[in-house]
Design a protein around this ligand. Structure first.
Ligand code: 5GP
Length: 215
């Protein structure tokens, strides 16, 4: 039994964190999903909890983890380091959980090379103006800071065409529904059913002699 690896990327302000939070609240009663907690060298924002939102580490600690090959992938996003722990992700996949990585386009590229069966999903804002409004609402920053964030967002958006799925987050509930549809549909693909329900299929064909195969 092996879970599916989902790579989720988006520019900041597109609603990725809220969507993932709601996805887990509504659909993870059976513990079938695992959200990877990354390591980062950036400081915690207000309300962020160490080991819940990120493992917050120093640059030296991060470099040490790179040397020990503890990361599945890592990247420098703007001027901070971010990395995905290899062991926990592999363990969750082996346990049959669907694993979600909230990572940037650079990490997504690395993961696709190592795990070509991973599904990647890009979450987009409905428009640049809407994204701007969301960034302005989020913090009372100066025009310059907002302009800088918009520029970073557009840099991330420019990689949307490397992803399998794109969700335009105009209506939150609709987007959440669409996200769940992707996951649920994948759970019903023949390959996954063969992997996870091999015994059921075997039992259903018990005693059958394959007589229709000649047609
Ligand atoms: P933030 O600092 O706003 O939480 O995240 C900034 C960016 O870093 C986001 O695009 C987020 O997806 C990305 N990110 C978070 N964790 C990882 C990681 O482990 N690897 C990579 N490559 N990117 C990450």
């Amino acid at each position: 039994m092996k879970g599916t690896l989902y790579i989720i990327s988006s520019p900041s302000g597109a609603g990725k964190s809220s969507l993932l939070k709601a996805l887990f609240e509504q659909h993870n009663n059976d513990n079938s999903m695992y959200l990877s907690v990354s390591h980062t060298t950036r400081p915690p924002r207000p309300g962020e909890v160490d080991h819940v939102h990120y493992h917050f580490v120093t640059v030296d600690e991060f470099k040490n983890l790179i040397e020990r090959q503890a990361f599945y992938e890592w990247a420098q996003v703007f001027d901070k380091y971010y990395g995905t722990s290899r062991e926990l992700v592999q363990q969750a996949l082996q346990n049959g959980q669907d694993v979600f990585l909230d990572i940037d386009w650079q990490g997504a590229r690395q993961m696709r090379k190592m795990e070509p069966e991973a599904k990647s999903i890009f979450i987009l804002p409905p428009s640049l103006e809407e994204l701007r409004q969301r960034l302005v609402k989020r913090a009372q920053d100066s025009e310059e800071v907002i302009a800088n964030r918009m520029n970073k967002a557009q840099r991330e958006i420019s990689h949307y065409n490397e992803y399998d799925y794109c969700l335009i987050n105009d209506d939150f509930d609709q987007t959440l529904n669409d996200l769940w549809s992707i996951i649920n549909a994948n759970r019903h693909t023949r390959v996954i059913i063969e992997n996870n329900e091999g015994k059921t299929l075997e039992n259903l064909l018990a005693g059958y002699d394959g007589q229709d195969d000649q047609s």
